[in-house]
Design a protein around this ligand. Structure first.
Ligand code: HEC
Length: 103
């Protein structure tokens, strides 16, 4: 079972998220490619289909943009993907645009 680590350093995130919307400065396409490459198979094996139900299920865990970035970091850290903060931010921005739709 995966253990989630929440060691969130918000400094860079708040720098790049200083515009109007939290994810305004993100590269959505880069984030989409990262998620498609690294994140779907495991969610799909638990939830079926394309795995996206994990984001849209009732009582899903993530309830804010900052929590979404933190969860992306937890999953990518557990997978030892060695993502940069920018990668985490872009992946979170893609998931936000496609599923969560926070401001
Ligand atoms: C090895 C399996 C596995 C992989 C690979 C994986 N995840 Fe997850 N992820 C999970 C599980 C299991 C949960 C549900 C945790 C829970 O319910 O407490 C989850 C939950 C999430 C959630 C929260 C969903 C909600 O409830 O709102 C997000 C966001 C997420 N993962 C993003 C990612 C991203 C981004 C990646 C790729 C870097 C990734 N995951 C890769 C297993 C995985």
């Amino acid at each position: 079972m995966i253990k989630y680590i929440s060691c969130l350093s918000l400094s860079m995130i708040s720098t790049i998220a200083s515009a109007n919307g939290f994810f305004d400065k993100a590269d959505i396409n880069a984030g989409k490619a990262l998620v498609q490459e690294n994140c779907i198979s495991c969610h799909a094996s638990s939830y079926g289909g394309d795995g996206s139900e994990i984001y849209t299920r009732p009582f899903h865990k993530v309830e804010s943009s900052a929590a979404l970035v933190a969860q992306v970091r937890a999953c990518s850290t557990n997978l030892n993907l060695q993502w940069f903060e920018e990668d985490e931010f872009n992946a979170a921005a893609y998931l936000n645009k496609a599923y969560y739709k926070f401001e």
